[in-house]
Design a protein around this ligand. Structure first.
Ligand SMILES: CC(C)(COP(=O)(O)OP(=O)(O)OC[C@H]1O[C@@H](n2cnc3c(N)ncnc32)[C@H](O)[C@@H]1OP(=O)(O)O)[C@@H](O)C(=O)NCCC(=O)NCCS
Length: 199
């Protein structure tokens, strides 16, 4: 699903195939996007804990991801937003998403990544917090969950900072870049988010 851009203190969150001026990117724009994805995922640390992102990451992988974003842009069960620094509004620095949006359970899954040179600045906390608030307010969700590979302490820190609680561990459930890792699930209920927002 395509939504209006979300604006935070330092970031604009918009669908990566919408240009900064709101028009849909044409071929030159999608090529620049694929090049940026290729550059970001050339760093093995970026996808170390993500089983669904290949490494080495080729231009073909990036083109496939851009195609996926194009095809899924109007899909109702998913929101994909690129992160753009207000100071550099044309260049994607990460993504945050809501997937598996379930209308009857009013739940969804949060996912995200950020280019490595921007880690440690609180940018994902800022971006994810805006999308979480949007999900609870606009989609009237009652639950969000996120799945993290064991060892991904940065991501666990981001989620716990947002108020997510540890809910369970599937032990050695995923093969990630040749390493068997636990799958940890964290959840955030609507009332917990409301209590945190009011605190
Ligand atoms: C997971 C990931 C997004 C976390 O990035 P991050 O920059 O650490 O995340 P946050 O935005 O929560 O920032 C927290 C860091 O910013 C610092 N920070 C600075 N200002 C801050 C602020 N205003 N608010 C929160 N944190 C702030 C924190 O101290 C912390 O730094 P530290 O870990 O050095 O102590 C990033 O590591 C990543 O993209 N990894 C690869 C992809 C991935 O694994 N995705 C998740 C799959 S489940």
């Amino acid at each position: 699903m395509t939504i209006d851009p979300l604006v935070t203190e330092r970031l604009i969150l918009r669908h990566p195939l919408d240009a900064a001026d709101g028009t849909v990117l044409r071929q030159a724009g999608t090529e620049a996007l694929a090049l940026e994805f290729t550059r970001i995922f050339a760093d093995p640390e970026e996808s170390r804990y993500m089983h669904f992102v290949p490494y080495p990451y080729s231009r073909k992988d990036a083109d496939g991801f851009v195609n996926f974003l194009e095809q899924r842009a109007d899909y109702p069960g998913q929101v994909e937003l690129g992160l753009y620094l207000k100071s550099e509004p044309e260049r994607v620095v990460g993504m945050v998403s809501l997937e598996s949006i379930d209308d009857s359970a009013r739940s969804a899954e949060l996912g995200y990544w950020l280019r490595r040179e921007s880690w440690g600045l609180g940018l994902m906390s800022e971006a994810a917090s805006a999308l979480v608030a949007w999900g609870f307010r606009t989609l009237e969700l009652q639950r969000l969950e996120a799945w993290v590979s064991g060892g991904n302490e940065r991501s666990l820190g981001t989620l716990r900072g947002l108020g997510f609680r540890d809910e369970g561990v599937l032990r050695r459930a995923a093969m990630v870049k040749g390493v068997l890792r636990d799958r940890i699930v964290l959840g955030l209920l609507r009332e917990e988010w409301e209590a945190k927002a009011q605190a």
